[in-house]
Design a protein around this ligand. Structure first.
Ligand code: TNX
Length: 510
């Protein structure tokens, strides 16, 4: 059994001799698959202990593109851009001639074929090649004197199109390096969205060109004396580019109309009397609100969502909408409506936490379900009216919940979430009466009230994130199989320097 997580749709060991990574092994790929090729080359090279180069496949007569490849040199190619006479055993990435951009399942589907002579990864899109690369990276075996890939034929496609992790950088700040390590982890488990909760009562973390006062006045703190921090436009570009190079989209969240104390502190005109409130370092939230009767409010929303769209490629902007306990219901409808208008003006699709289901939503809006204590009827009604639903049930995928009572980190308001709890749930059956076709995907979340460092965060993510990834990707869950397959992943986490929690539900190798 190959220890693949998430489990592919079909894995056929052929029984033939494995592929051996040799000093002359090269990765061959079309330039449009540049980033997936770099991931493959890095994975093989790291295991083998020598650089595995990437060779761009160019049309006959074209000048080969010799752009820099992280983790590998670029080998000279012959005049036709084909492997020269020095060719060793090859790892070949190909894009299918007929891309099917429309169907999300086919978009990320891939095949992976390994035999003694070579490795072939094929998909319809570069994103599909990233998923194939993640599978290959988990198959490289150090067999004593050589590094091999077992002979196998794999066909695979995701169950859900949106497979993400939401990270709260407002309560405690995480540096770009930390987020890049998280992106690599996501890509390794075929997760394709990094959602960042950038603003809250405690802080505002992204510098926006039209509103520099937000970061200038409201980023130097967090929960309980956190030194804080913020992402400059350059930091943000670096993060977004790194995520794109792993086939991961960044979905930024500006949380309105509640959770806005940091904004109210930085922008006095957002307050009824023009008097800014003090900074806030506590944990309890839900006390702050925008006001629809102030002239500054709508321009503020237009500026922040406009800047966010200009700075972030992709389809989605998240407007928050959760726990606005001090926003009266009619105010909530007006203010979320204004935020939806601001998002629509950018041409993007809005995402909001489940509370936004109380507001008329443009078709296609993504409603993120989290609170399993609340009435689900508004979410069902929103889906009937054309919304899509992203599943983040707190009692299964809030990875800031403690594993067990007394765990040194995390909270317990949604209960305890051991590894098996993160694994054993069905996104299509989480909300009774919801049309399963409305479920766009699955997103885990990690809130950082109690988490300060990269190690704190990854020890809550691992191993549970691997479980959520399998729920989101694989079609036939099997706990016993999962707990056996995930055990050897601890070695990879150790190699990557990632702190993880040795859940007693798995027999970890010693
Ligand atoms: C609920 S989930 C929140 C967050 C907290 C989290 C802690 C959601 C939309 N709101 O503000 O950080 O619980 O687990």
């Amino acid at each position: 059994m190959l220890p693949l997580v998430p489990a592919p749709s079909s894995v056929l060991p052929t029984g033939g001799a494995p592929f051996v990574v040799r000093p002359r092994t090269a990765v061959v790929a079309p330039p449009s698959a540049r980033s997936a090729a770099a991931v493959v080359a890095a994975a093989l090279g790291e295991a083998a202990g020598f650089a595995v180069p990437v060779r761009w496949e160019a049309a006959a007569g074209a000048v080969p593109d010799e752009g820099a490849v992280p983790g590998g040199a670029v080998l000279p190619v012959d005049g036709a851009g084909r492997p020269g006479t020095d060719a060793g055993p090859l790892v070949v990435l190909t894009l299918d001639a007929a891309p099917s951009a429309g169907d999300p399942h086919l978009r990320e589907a891939y095949t992976l074929a390994v035999d003694e002579a070579g490795v072939r990864l094929a998909a319809r899109t570069p994103a599909g090649l990233h998923r194939a690369a993640a599978t290959l990276a988990q198959m490289v075996v150090n067999a004593g004197t050589s590094v091999v890939v077992p002979a196998v034929q794999i066909e695979d496609a995701p169950t859900y199109a949106w497979r993400g992790l939401s990270v709260d950088v407002a309560r405690h700040f995480l540096a770009v390096d930390d987020l890049e390590a998280i992106v690599d982890l996501l890509a390794g488990y075929k997760l394709n969205v990094l959602h960042l909760h950038l603003t809250d009562d405690q802080a505002w973390r992204l510098d926006l060109p039209s509103r520099p006062e937000l970061v200038a006045r409201s980023s130097a703190g967090g929960v309980d004396g956190d030194p804080g921090g913020a992402y400059s436009a350059a930091d943000w570009s670096r993060l977004v580019a790194h995520a794109a190079s792993r086939g991961v989209a960044v979905v930024p969240e500006i949380d309105v109309p509640g959770h806005v104390n940091a904004a109210l502190h930085a922008v006095p005109a957002l307050n009824p009397d023009g008097v800014a409130p003090e900074p806030y370092e506590g944990v309890a939230v839900g006390f702050s609100s925008l006001r629809s009767d102030l002239p500054a409010t709508v321009p503020f929303l237009a500026d922040v969502f406009g800047d966010l769209a200009a700075m972030t490629p992709g389809e989605y902007l998240h407007l928050g909408g959760d726990e606005a306990h001090h926003t009266p219901p009619d105010e909530y409808v007006r203010l979320v409506g204004a935020a939806l208008d601001a998002v629509r003006a950018t041409g993007r699709t809005a995402v909001g936490w489940q509370e936004v289901a109380a507001v008329p939503l443009p078709p296609g809006t993504v409603v993120q379900f989290w609170d399993t204590r609340a009435d689900t009827a508004p979410v069902v009604a929103a889906a009937r009216a054309g919304a899509r639903v992203l599943m983040s049930p707190a009692d299964h995928v809030y990875l800031d919940m403690q594993y067990v009572p007394g765990h040194p980190l995390g909270q317990d308001w949604a209960g305890y979430v051991e590894l098996r709890d993160a694994y054993e749930w069905d996104p299509a059956a989480t909300i009774p009466d919801l049309d399963p076709a409305a479920v766009v995907g699955v997103e885990a979340a990690i809130w950082t009230e109690t988490l300060r460092t990269r190690d704190d965060v990854t020890s809550m993510l691992l191993p549970r994130l691997a479980a959520v990834a399998e729920v989101a990707w694989s079609s036939s869950p099997d706990w016993e199989s999962f707990r056996a397959r995930v055990a050897p992943h601890a070695a990879a986490w150790d190699r990557a320097g990632l702190a993880w929690h040795a859940s007693p539900q798995v027999e970890w190798p010693r």
